[in-house]
Design a protein around this ligand. Structure first.
Ligand code: AMP
Ligand code: GLY
Length: 423
């Protein structure tokens, strides 16, 4: 029997929790800090512990004797929450601070990829404005400028002219838009193709992969507007054919996990490969993340016919080979309902009335929601994720949008073209 602590507050954690609740192993689920969609008995009081404070986390986890802690977002992983809990013998689903650098530092990720000979864009790292600019001028456009360090997906600029790149470098070095994380910059070759996200869950030795999803990062229809955390996704993504998936395993996951082991830091937890797949079907890595993707998780987990709690526990304990699971047929889609203005400054405290979906094929996952005086209101840019499973992609897309048509929440918007590329 298992007492679980889930860390996080997004749509991703809502989907993880939904799946955990189906597990016969679950005795109790605590979530911290959670959101307005979690039952009150699951949400821990905000002063339970300080997530950034090692002693506070250790004390709370020991008092509660958790059987497993599942870490949703990247920040606590990069801070070392897994190592803190491992020190006191509490199993964690999520990589160590060393391994989490694969997301925490683009420079670290790129040098590991180079060492493991993983296909990715050519790059150089710079610590000052002038040498970065000289390099950009030498290479020409299109070119991609990335602030090193965590920047909530906002540190990347795809530049179609040298002037755009110059502007991006100015923002990083001169305006210090990303603070200290802008102290270094990775400049990368532009890769053409279609993106896909693939999750591998590893116990340090073995790994399993979940079906590929395609995220929609731009705010508006037709891939227009600013980059966001993700406005919707669908799964499986047909761009990730059998042959692509095989290459992803042999050229990307195998050598990455092998390298982590060789360095003495076996990777345990989820490794998210953000891929660019060329017209010729060659996958290259855009980025790695050290955790489940958001909103991809809200559709990928809908395709999992298996016990997520058992899988996470096995990954944490190193016995993934004992776990049996299946992938369902059909397809799933998630569409994010966002607050007007997102990803820039956006409306908050929007009153939310969320009708029943009437079917378990359509699920409403809360993200930026909270309860104020007993009433549900918005508190974040991405408010809800509407997710559905259908007999095929068209069926799941139709289900999601038929529900969204019934939602009348002021000051919100959503993309109307999620999965369109694959229909
Ligand atoms: P990242 O935060 O590294 O995932 O980058 C955010 C988005 O920028 C990606 O999802 C891609 O759409 C785009 N991007 C990043 N790097 C490249 C690249 N080298 N070539 C083309 N597009 C890129
Ligand atoms: N949806 C992109 C991410 O989770 O990073």
């Amino acid at each position: 029997m298992s007492r679980i602590l889930l860390i996080g507050s997004g749509g991703r954690e809502s989907a993880i929790a939904y799946k955990l609740r189906q597990s016969p192993r679950l005795t109790s689920l605590h979530v911290f800090p959670g959101n307005g969609g979690f039952p009150e008995n699951e949400v821990l009081p905000p002063d339970s512990f300080q997530l950034k404070d090692k002693e506070s986390v250790q004390k709370f986890a020991l008092q509660n004797q958790y059987d497993l802690v599942i870490v949703g977002p990247e920040d606590p992983l990069v801070d070392g929450v897994t190592d803190w809990l491992a020190e006191i013998g509490i199993p964690v689903f999520g990589p160590s601070a060393y391994c989490a650098q694969v997301e925490g530092s683009k420079d670290f990720a790129k040098s590991l990829m180079k060492e493991a000979k993983v296909p990715t864009a050519k790059y150089e790292t710079f610590a000052d404005y002038q040498s970065a600019l000289n390099y950009v001028k030498g290479e020409g456009a299109p070119i991609v400028v990335k602030a090193d360090g965590l920047a909530a997906g906002k540190g990347v600029t795809v530049c179609f002219s040298v002037q755009d790149a110059e502007q991006a470098l100015k923002e990083i070095f001169l305006d210090q838009k990303f603070g200290v994380s802008g102290a270094k910059v990775v400049i990368e070759e532009f890769m053409d193709g279609q993106e896909a996200s693939i999750f591998a869950i590893s116990d340090g030795e073995r790994y399993i992969t979940l079906p590929a999803a395609q995220d929609h990062k731009r705010a508006y229809d037709g891939d227009k507007g600013p980059n966001t955390g993700g406005m919707g996704a669908y799964c499986p993504a047909p761009i990730a054919t059998e042959s692509v998936l095989e290459k992803v395993n042999t050229l990307i996951f195998d050598p990455m996990f092998r390298l982590f082991r060789e360095k003495g830091y076996p990777y345990k937890g989820l490794l998210y490969a953000g891929l660019m797949i060329s017209k010729e079907g060659e996958p290259r890595v855009v980025e790695f993340n050290c955790r489940f993707g958001d909103p991809e998780t809200q559709c990928v987990l809908s395709m999992l016919d298996g016990d997520l709690l058992e899988i996470c526990q096995a990954a944490a304990k190193g016995n993934l080979s004992d776990v049996e699971y299946d992938i369902l047929s059909g397809a799933s889609t998630v569409v994010v309902l966002a607050a007007e203005g997102y990803p820039e400054s956006y409306a908050k405290n929007i009153p939310l009335e969320i009708p029943e979906t009437g079917t378990k094929d359509i699920l409403v996952f809360h993200a930026g929601t909270t309860k104020k005086d007993g009433k549900l209101v918005s508190s974040g840019g991405r408010i809800l994720g509407i997710s559905s499973r259908g007999k095929d992609l068209l069926d799941s897309v139709n289900k999601v949008y038929s529900y969204l048509n019934k939602l009348h929440i002021p000051q919100t918007f959503y993309r109307k073209d999620i999965a369109k590329k694959a229909l």
